[in-house]
Design a protein around this ligand. Sequence first.
Ligand code: CUA
Length: 315
Amino acid sequence: MDTTGTLFFPPGGSTYAGDVDSLFYFIYYASAIMFALVIGATIFFIIRYRRRQQTGKTYGKDHNFALEVTWTVIPTILILIVFVWGFRSYMRMNVVPRDAMEVKVTGQKWFWSFAYGSGASSVNELVVPVGQPVKLLMSSRDVIHSFFIPNFRMKMDVLPNRYTITWFEATRTGEFDLFCTEYCGQGHSEMIGRVKVLGEREFSEWLDAGSGPGQGESLVDYGRRLYTSRACNTCHSIDGSANVGPTFKGIFGRQEAMVAGGFITVDENYIRESILQPQAKVVAGYQPVMPTYQGILKDRDIDALIAFMKSLSNE
Ligand code: CUA
């Protein structure tokens, strides 16, 4: 299996990656050979038949049937190969296998969220089992995004107001890049995620753990896990350092100046409101850029995050 990558492609990681690459290289080398032949012949004829003074030579015959058939038939065959090959690959990439596991993908400014059949969900990290077809049912909450996993040779636009569907089957475990490839605003370049391909057992364990707090896990520990898995950490630090949003360090009980004027003491209700309606009361000095987590975080998740923030204020 191709795990090293080439000049043109990162290492493949899906069942159809090899097919995409082969077709690309076929077109690439066919074009390179044709290019060399055409340019070579042009240069040869330019030199061979250049205008000479007083040679007295004339070239009479200007029609060659065999030659004309050759340069018509060979390109036609090449194009037919590319068409049939391309069409079959296209169908293979677009017809979802019947036993595929479905994941709902939501794009929004500027992150990806994933909902799994079992009730588990994740943000910016698509977790899938190896060797099993995965169907992606995708939509956007705001503008057009595009879902691209280079290693899988898989890319599909994600649109508001309609679903797009695609699928893939990962052939090996590991972590792969996930990019948004449609310019979707200020945070487009940061709309980056990961695809984590797990073994079948690890995946079902992850599904169980992802559906809520793990066994024997405290609310604080669960909140700490959500802090990373729900991408709070992309904007809120926990070490006091400045970022897109206020740091979580010492946030609970802190007095914050509001953009709209006045002060507020950060308590449970303020945190809950800020998670569900981030634009309601924005802290002075920050932009109102946080997306709502309505529908992504359940009540218990919010409880856990509040507990986690409290723990950061006691240290
Ligand atoms: Cu989303 Cu670019």
